[in-house]
Design a binder for this molecule. Structure first.
Ligand code: 5AD
Ligand code: SF4
Length: 460
């Protein structure tokens, strides 16, 4: 019997990828994915635990799903409610105490067990919690990717984290670092391209520490993997996220200079510009160490631009420390960045550190940092006006006859172009800029593979 599933995704790109994979697992069981929970037989919340706000959103959503579920039950129909992702992993049984109407609680390492869990829930076997880190590798048990993600696709190559930054829940929710074997990554990349992807973003919590088993024995690190993916016929763009600064090895930096399809844009979280704070965060790099990595990247690929993540108000952060962060931001010049107030997470070392920073101080520091970051982003966007950039059109715009694509630097570019250009890469003359996006006009189709000289010229 045909059934429907609604999956709501919170948080990072890996959750977006995981939601697609859950849909792949469910498709053979007859589940069709729908956009709204109202008529869905199965609702999955794929949750994020990174900051308190993200985690709390889940309970708000569960409140309305509870009403939906009981209204449905009054008409004699069933709705199975599953909570997946990092909140599920972190809270496990506790989640059932707070939301007893939830049927399934499953962590990110157990998605391949969904069919059995759902079958049990359907039979009314009571709530089930699956939050262990099973000995079998999840990826060996997930079906092949079957649905297109469109012109721009995600591909998880590495999962988990062994770094234990003192503020972060990821090592507890996603578990130990694991890299998928090279062959399995390449096979998935080929399938994604066959399904219409022109751009692939390689995902991992610590993606630049990728070390997957190689076909002929030994291991490949990320630089070599990128080189092999670039050889797949039909691929135009490669990106990877998220990287840990200390793991930017020579081969990966060299790949930025050697692989034209590797986009000249890197998300490289710095978190802070103060060595004292970085030490207490257990980040294993200093502010100068970070500057040196950026210098090496720029030497390999002069037109590369960097984005970042920052946390303000980490325990013990002083006025001097935040000045150091602002100095790093001014010196490096980020074209985009996410910045957050430190949010104490239960079970992490920083949550119980002394000298927690009061919220009004965090707010004031965040406002200063964001003002500077926004000015840098606006200035970079403005500097693009008049240039010609390759744009991959990947979605419809809000206005009729308009498409939106991404520049090499991930800026959304709005242009009036025929709908038939969806999924194509074209040279666009940038005609306008705003705080977060660009406007452009078409000036001719680009060759299928981005070429170094065109991009190097654009930003020389
Ligand atoms: N508080 C605030 N921000 C956090 N991040 C991770 N943990 C926390 C926390 N406890 C931020 C980091 C990370 C990004 C994904 O989220 O900047 O790079
Ligand atoms: Fe969290 Fe640090 Fe691991 Fe990134 S490197 S996932 S911030 S522990």
């Amino acid at each position: 019997m045909a059934k429907t599933v609604h999956i709501k995704t919170y948080g990072c790109q890996m959750n977006v990828y995981d939601s697609d994979r859950m849909a792949d697992v469910l498709a053979p069981l007859g589940f069709r994915r729908v956009d709204r929970p109202d008529d869905a037989d199965l609702v999955i919340l794929n949750t994020c635990h990174i900051r308190e706000k993200a985690a709390e959103k889940v309970y708000t959503e569960l409140g309305s799903l509870k009403r939906l579920k009981s209204a449905r039950e009054k008409t004699g129909r069933k709705m199975v409610l599953a909570v997946a992702g990092c909140v599920a992993q972190a809270e496990g049984e506790e989640m059932l105490a707070r939301a007893p109407f939830v049927d399934i609680v499953l962590g990110p390492q157990t998605y391949h067990r969904l069919p059995r869990l759902i079958a049990d829930a359907w039979r009314g076997e009571g709530a089930r919690v699956e939050t262990d880190f099973p000995p079998e590798a999840k990826f060996d048990h997930l079906p092949e990717v079957t649905a297109t993600q469109g012109p721009s696709a995600f591909l998880t190559v590495q999962e988990g984290c062994d770094k234990f930054c003192t503020f972060c829940v990821v090592p507890y929710t996603r578990g130990a670092e694991f890299s998928r074997p090279v062959e399995s990554v390449l096979a998935e990349a080929r399938r994604l391209v066959a399904l219409g992807a022109r751009e692939i973003t390689l995902l991992g919590q610590n993606v630049n520490n990728y070390h997957g088993a190689a076909p002929a024995g030994g291991e490949w690190r990320l630089g070599r993997l990128i080189g092999a993916i670039a050889e797949i016929e039909g691929i135009s763009r490669i990106r990877y996220t998220t990287s840990y600064p200390a793991d930017m090895d020579d081969a990966l930096i060299a790949a930025h200079g050697a692989v034209p399809a590797l986009m000249p844009f890197l998300h490289l979280p710095a978190q802070s510009g103060s060595d004292a704070v970085l030490r207490r965060m257990n980040r294993r790099h200093t502010a100068d160490g970070y500057r040196r990595i950026v210098d090496r990247l720029r030497a390999a690929r002069p037109d590369i631009r960097i984005s970042s993540d920052f946390i303000v108000g980490f325990p013990g952060e002083s006025d001097h420390d935040i000045e150091e962060t602002l100095r790093l931001v001014r010196e490096v010049g980020f074209i985009q960045a996410y910045s957050f107030k430190y949010s104490p997470r239960p079970g992490t070392p920083a949550a119980t550190m002394e000298d927690q920073v009061p919220d009004p101080v965090k707010s004031e520091r965040l406002a200063r940092l964001q003002e500077l970051l926004a000015a840098e982003q606006r200035a970079f966007n403005a500097s693009c006006v008049g240039r010609v950039m390759p744009v991959l059109f990947d979605r419809a715009g809000r206005l009729a006859g308009q498409l939106i694509g991404r520049s090499p630097y991930m800026q959304p570019v709005h242009a009036s172009v025929p709908e038939a250009m969806l999924g194509t890469l074209a040279d666009v003359t940038i005609t306008g800029s705003s705080a977060t996006s660009l406007a452009g006009a078409i000036s001719g189709l680009a060759p299928p593979v981005a070429t170094m000289p065109a991009q190097a010229e654009a930003f020389s």
